[in-house]
Ligand binder design. Structure first.
Ligand code: SF4
Length: 360
């Protein structure tokens, strides 16, 4: 039995690896890469079979943020070329979200730039969520609105919100290197408020921001300790006009190791391949499906992902099935037929952009 078999066996029993084992996954040699993927796949298959959950982002408010998150092109003073607009109207949000649902998304993620919502913002987004849920009662709604004040999570839950996303992003020790306008503890507190209100906690990380392997392991264990239902893993797109411009430090192989480490630390969480997957994993994206069980469909907040039809084709070609699809888990159709039938020939957000998910 290899050390990776032992790590996978523990994960199958929902036990985390030791810190040294998690570090060893990140430091594993290229010759071991397929063994790492295979071990992570054992865990993924145990808890999620071959299903892939599709999520769809709607950028309900873009740019003009007073915070200074170094990775974000919507930050204060950003010179990045992003769309800037205040809250979309309810019918605009619903129309955009329903395009993702038509493509197979089981969850829509309503994301607003900014430090956090005002109570008036909560009124507005609650009305939107209620309107969407009346028309799409089976579709999950995740809100991602920044730091929450007292009572706001409860109001979102009362409006029918399923989940709340607020990422820890990086380790507590590295946090001051990526943001100076709020603290790591603020982020943890918002995840805890969402949980207390009965919202499904969604919290993840961004890799590639100058962190060490120890930071990555720290944030993975910190995420395990807040017990999120879903863990988005973003890979930094170092956009021009941000402090992390030109900061390229990831390879496709490293991205796979990071995803596997997160899978071992949070074995039964929905691990979601999020921003930066196309640009960093490139042709290795299908291998990542053996580790993660969830992706964003189509575009991100202000950056383009690959076309939704390409996502569906990739899932089918790799032998996986879309969660909740009428024909899952049996053999998928030819990708073109499937994309046409779902109506998702090409889900695209307006404006080519430059950003990672905000409030990531
Ligand atoms: S991540 Fe969110 S809070 Fe930070 S600068 Fe971007 S929009 Fe503002």
């Amino acid at each position: 039995m290899t050390w990776l078999d032992l790590v996978a066996d523990k994960a199958l029993h929902r036990e985390p690896p030791t810190r040294d084992e998690a570090l060893a996954v990140l430091a594993s040699a290229d010759d071991e890469l397929m063994d790492v993927v295979a071990a992570a796949f054992r865990v993924r298959r145990e808890f999620f079979g071959r299903r892939v959950k599709l999520n769809y982002l709607v950028n309900v408010k873009s740019g003009l943020c007073p915070e200074d998150c170094f990775y974000c092109s919507q930050r204060v003073g950003s010179a990045a070329d992003v769309l800037k607009y205040t809250w979309l109207k309810t019918d605009e949000v619903i129309a955009s979200a329903e395009a993702g649902v038509a493509g197979g998304a089981r969850r829509v993620c309503l994301v607003a730039s900014g430090r956090g919502p005002t109570d008036k913002d909560i009124d507005r987004i609650s009305a939107t969520i209620e309107g969407f849920k009346q028309r799409n009662p089976d579709v999950e709604v995740c809100a991602c609105l920044g730091l929450l004040s007292q009572g706001q999570a409860e109001r979102l839950a009362a409006a029918g919100t399923t989940a709340y996303n607020h990422n820890l992003n990086t380790s507590g020790g590295h946090y001051a290197d990526i943001c100076t306008t709020h603290e790591y503890a603020d982020r943890v507190a918002t995840v805890e408020s969402a949980k207390s209100a009965g919202l499904s906690p969604c919290s993840g990380l961004i890799a590639g921001m100058g962190e060490t392997d120890e930071d990555l392991v720290d944030v993975a264990f910190a995420l395990r300790s807040v017990n999120p239902d879903s863990v988005p893993v973003n890979f930094l797109i170092p956009f021009d006009g941000t402090p992390l411009e030109g900061h390229w430090q990831l390879t496709p192989q490293r991205c796979l190791r990071i995803l596997a480490m997160v899978r071992f630390v949070c074995p039964d969480a929905e691990v979601r391949l999020a921003g930066g997957r196309e640009i960093h994993l490139r042709t290795l994206q299908p291998l990542a499906l053996h580790i993660v069980n969830s992706i964003f469909l189509g575009d991100y907040l202000t950056s383009e992902g690959q076309a939704g039809s390409a996502d569906l084709a990739m899932i089918a070609d790799a032998g996986f099935t879309v969660e909740g699809a009428p024909d899952a888990p049996d053999a998928p159709d030819a990708p073109d037929d499937r994309a046409a039938r779902t109506g998702l020939v090409h889900v695209r957000r307006r404006g080519a952009g430059t950003d990672l998910p905000a409030n990531a």
